[in-house]
Design a protein around this ligand. Structure first.
Ligand SMILES: [Zn+2]
Ligand SMILES: [Zn+2]
Length: 185
């Protein structure tokens, strides 16, 4: 695992509902790769993540927290076709809302449509890293390719076709083999 350099371990920014009740909390952070666990080995942070914005209390009665701002980060994912790194830059505005987890959601609980996009928090507040992880993962394209024209891997031998042809396909290759065989025999 990535080891945070000394002094950089204090990347944790926690927005407590009690503090937001008094005033909004601005943030301006730069997180090195490894500071956020993206929970998927196929997705990696390739450079510093810069995020700036603020957290505020939207509704005191619902304890609803809104975190909004701008994030820039070079992400990297395994190419869907060849598994080589595919660059996925993220550079965008985000706005995510969170409400406290409510105890005892039963079958008869009606969740109104506005809550469909709602995040939920525990322990009295929202961790900035969790917000940034959520936004970055949501921002990544569904199809992740190292390049639009990626040729992918040979399904037979697994060779990366971007690096050249393998022997297991195409008629021309077969012809050459048969020609070689006839010479040998
Ligand atoms: Zn590829
Ligand atoms: Zn092959």
């Amino acid at each position: 695992m990535f080891q945070l350099p000394p002094g950089r371990g204090v990347c944790a920014v926690f927005f407590h509902i009690r503090d937001l009740g008094l005033r909004p909390a601005p943030f301006d952070v730069e997180l090195p790769p490894g500071a956020i666990d993206f929970l998927d080995p196929k997705i990696r942070q390739a450079g510093p993540l810069k995020a700036k914005g603020r957290a505020e209390l939207v509704s005191a009665s619902l304890d609803e927290i809104r975190v909004k701002g701008h994030v820039t980060v070079a992400m990297e994912a395994d190419c869907d076709r060849c598994l080589e790194p595919a660059a996925c830059p993220v550079d965008g505005d985000f706005e995510l809302n969170y409400r406290p987890v409510t105890e005892g959601y039963g079958d008869d609980t009606v969740i109104d449509p506005s809550e469909a996009e709602m995040g939920f928090y525990e322990d009295g507040g929202v961790e900035l890293k969790d917000v940034l992880r959520e936004y970055v993962l949501l921002s990544l394209p569904m199809q992740r390719l190292c390049r639009p024209e990626c040729k992918g891997m040979c399904p037979v031998c697994g060779k990366n076709r971007n690096l050249g042809q393998c022997q297991c396909r195409t008629e021309t290759a077969d012809d050459r083999w048969s020609a070689l065989k006839s010479i040998r025999t």
